[in-house]
Ligand binder design. Structure first.
Ligand code: OAD
Length: 253
């Protein structure tokens, strides 16, 4: 069912309010209303930049300074933005359900800034860095490090994001997969659902019995299989959902 405004059917809210196990996958779209560019929208990052050059180990080794500069540029943007009502509503949802798992493909840490306590970062994060040779971790103040830094061991230092062709952090993927299998309702929010293995999670959830709810102003390849498609921005849909769930619960005593 496609829903295009926030007058969500009461039966749907009542159903949701009675659930115990919720899992969520978010993508770049949840941060769009904070002013962070998505990847595959018309004006998204991959329409202006080349992922093979900027988001792969081969690209990094070919031109480490270019890649470092790009991540410093993105860090500068992320440092200057705030979480939006969509992030905040998800942080509130974590308190409303006995089992709630938030997996994100985003590297911007805006879920944590909004108050989400447990976030499974499938694609790493843009804040931390590590040495490509000895794997030692480094954190630098944003903008302060113009020349690509090197570790004491001589290795180049790169951001802790997962690049194309790289494995996702094993524990994070396993926990996300488990949550998908156990969820009664699975939300896919602000993602084009094109990048695997993350894009598989909503399908795993649905095949294990979860009701699949997509929140995205545009159609994706998940839309045709989603049980509910909320065709609207996450920052509009999620706060209303949370308020209505709280209201239904309060009315039920
Ligand atoms: P995409 O850019 O592929 O998709 C963003 C989705 O967000 C699109 O489907 C938009 O329609 C939707 N969207 C835009 N504004 C929205 C809003 N206000 N509310 C809800 N949805 C909105 O981004 P991802 O699916 O996150 O990986 O991309 C997945 C991965 O591809 C990223 O993690 C990144 C990228 O390459 C790596 O860098 C490894």
């Amino acid at each position: 069912m496609t829903i295009t405004d926030t007058n969500f059917p009461t039966e749907t809210i009542e159903l949701l309010a009675g659930m115990e196990s919720i899992a969520v996958l978010t993508g770049a779209g949840i941060s769009a209303e904070s002013g962070v560019a998505t990847f595959r929208d018309k004006d998204g990052l991959w329409s202006r930049f080349n992922p093979a050059e900027l988001a792969s180990m081969d690209g990094f080794l070919a031109n480490p300074q270019l890649v470092w500069d790009w991540y410093q540029y993105r860090r500068g943007i992320i440092d200057s933005v705030q979480p939006n009502p969509g992030h905040r509503a998800l942080a509130e949802m974590e308190e409303l359900f006995p089992r709630f798992t938030l997996s994100t493909q985003n590297v911007d840490r805006l879920h944590q800034s909004a108050g989400s306590r447990k976030v499974l970062e499938l694609h790493g994060n843009i804040i931390d860095n590590f040495c490509v040779d000895c794997r030692k971790s480094f954190e630098f103040p944003t903008g302060d490090v113009e020349k690509i830094p090197r570790c004491e061991c001589g290795g180049l230092i790169r951001p802790s994001v997962v690049w194309f062709g790289e494995m996702l952090p094993e524990e994070v993927l396993r926990a996300s997969d488990m949550a998908a299998r156990q969820a009664q309702v699975y939300f896919s929010i602000g993602t084009s659902a094109e990048v695997f293995p993350a894009a598989q999670l909503p399908l795993i959830a649905q095949s294990h019995g979860a009701v699949l709810v997509e929140i995205n102003p545009h159609e994706t390849q998940l839309s045709s299989v989603a049980d509910f498609s909320l065709r609207m921005p996450a920052g509009e849909a999620l706060p209303v959902l949370v308020e209505r769930i709280k209201h239904v619960r309060a009315s039920a005593g």
